[in-house]
Design a protein around this ligand. Structure first.
Ligand SMILES: NC(=O)c1ccc[n+]([C@@H]2O[C@H](COP(=O)([O-])OP(=O)(O)OC[C@H]3O[C@@H](n4cnc5c(N)ncnc54)[C@H](O)[C@@H]3O)[C@@H](O)[C@H]2O)c1
Length: 421
């Protein structure tokens, strides 16, 4: 086995699956995380979050010895950096401290002819202007004595292993030469097309992909709000509009969550650079929590002094990821109302930063039920057993996943983002 050795820095949602994918493709892979709890948990074969296939890959990697968790970083032919890049809202800038710190660690073991790839989502120019100066020294120059590249990750939680294999990938080099070593590395498992460009373009592409999605969702949400004002069913209007060959409006919903879409577009902000449309889209999508409260008020008069059952805290159906979830935004918004009480239930999420209760506890004495996450379990909800526990039969179905007529027939007042009626 003469494959190069790989060290993955950061073993979270992105780094762990990437490490295991390389290990499954015969690379001697080492995983390093600064958090000892993460290292300890993974070393026992436990994946700390729900993700299909990952348990099996971890067991295989550890048992075969192809994947090892290390407490200290040793020299490796290739270093891949998958550390967090949170956004600091107050300072309006991306926190690159984790990238800088990982780069310092890599520098301490970097050798001639090694390869370094950054996968974390970063503002354009980071690989060239932040990573490169840290890594370079008197004897090592990027593009000459070692390879430096940026390759963004675009996988979807819930389908990470499949998308790692199947998605196209971009490799952005920092010198004019070909990024052949890096392409060869990813070709070991990527079935999609690998395209090459410069690192700053690759960084920019990742951000505009997510800004595009966020802006399009905002258009759908704005459409829904306008349709309410005009007394129109926005779903019918969107369906009709989409009959045109060049129109493809998305579905409105309770807001945008997850780790990427609500954050990444903001990375495009720079001093004196206006990102008017992108920031307006953020505002529209963040405003959907207030719109859901409006729907509640339209039935209850006011949410004050009412108990609201919220179904789903994951940011989307089928996953246990609650980062930036629309439900958390809704709970937060409801705290603005006097004595508005919330009870949140999620059959997939085991723990969240707010207390979770059983389905029965959530609906007992509730004045309204708001379905926020499109978990498949919720599509099968029965109106009668829920209605008989509630104080009032009110349903806000923000994803339109329940049969409105059945719930109405069971005596529920039903509201949806599409149509107030
Ligand atoms: N989660 C996603 O769906 C997704 C998708 C595409 C891109 N990304 C991007 O990938 C990057 C990583 O995201 P994530 O979701 O895997 O984050 P995460 O928080 O799940 O994991 C990051 C891990 O890195 C560790 N870490 C921090 N500093 C370190 C260092 N210096 N050396 C080694 N380990 C360190 C942390 O302890 C943590 O376990 C981010 O830039 C994110 O924007 C994430």
């Amino acid at each position: 086995m003469n494959e190069p050795t790989i060290c993955i820095h950061g073993l979270g949602y992105i780094g762990l699956p990437t490490a295991l994918m390389f290990a499954a493709h015969d690379y001697e892979t080492r995983g390093y995380d600064t958090d000892p709890d993460v290292r300890e948990t993974l070393a026992t074969g436990t994946v700390p979050y729900d993700e299909p296939e990952l348990d099996r890959y971890l067991a295989q990697g550890l048992n075969s010895g192809q994947f090892k968790i290390v407490d200290e970083v040793a020299p490796a032919d290739c270093h891949i950096i998958c550390v967090p890049t949170p956004y600091q809202e107050e300072e309006q800038k991306t926190d690159l401290r984790y990238v800088e710190s990982a780069a310092e660690t890599v520098r301490s073991v970097l050798r001639k002819n090694d390869t370094v790839v950054l996968e974390s989502t970063v503002p354009p120019g980071t690989t060239s202007n932040v990573l490169r100066p840290i890594l370079e020294g008197r004897e090592l120059t990027a593009g000459e004595s070692f390879t430096l590249a940026y390759s963004p990750e675009t996988v979807l939680p819930g389908k990470i292993m499949t998308e790692l294999r199947e998605n196209d990938r971009i490799v952005g080099n920092i010198s004019d030469g070909p990024a052949a070593e890096v392409v060869a590395l990813y070709e070991s498992f990527v079935e999609g097309t690998i395209r090459t460009t410069d690192a700053t373009t690759a960084e920019f592409v990742k951000l505009i992909q997510n800004a595009f999605r966020d802006t399009n969702i905002a258009f759908a949400n704005e459409t829904a709000k306008l349709a309410h004002e005009f007394g129109i069913d926005s779903r019918e209007a969107i369906e009709l509009a989409n009959k045109h060959p060049r129109v493809d409006i998305l579905s409105p919903g309770p807001g945008v969550g997850g780790h990427c879409l609500p954050i990444d577009p903001l990375f495009l902000r720079r001093d004196n650079h206006a990102t008017t449309l992108i920031e307006a889209a953020r505002e529209v999508n963040d405003g959907m929590a207030a719109f859901v409260v409006e729907l509640l008020n339209s039935v209850l008069g006011t949410v004050e002094d009412h108990r609201i059952a919220i179904f789903g805290v994951a940011y989307k159906g089928g996953v246990d990821d609650t980062r930036h979830s629309p439900s958390l935004a809704l709970v937060e918004r409801l705290t603005d109302y006097k004595n508005a009480d919330t009870a949140v239930h999620d059959p997939v999420v085991k723990s969240a930063r707010i207390p979770l209760v059983t389905q029965k506890e959530a609906v007992t004495d509730a004045d309204a039920l708001v379905v926020v996450t499109d978990h498949p379990q919720f599509e099968r909800l029965e109106p009668e057993p829920i209605g008989e526990k509630m104080a009032q039969r009110v349903l806000i179905d923000t994803r339109a996943i329940l049969d409105r007529k059945r719930w109405q027939d069971a005596g529920f007042e039903v509201r949806r983002i599409w149509w107030r009626e």
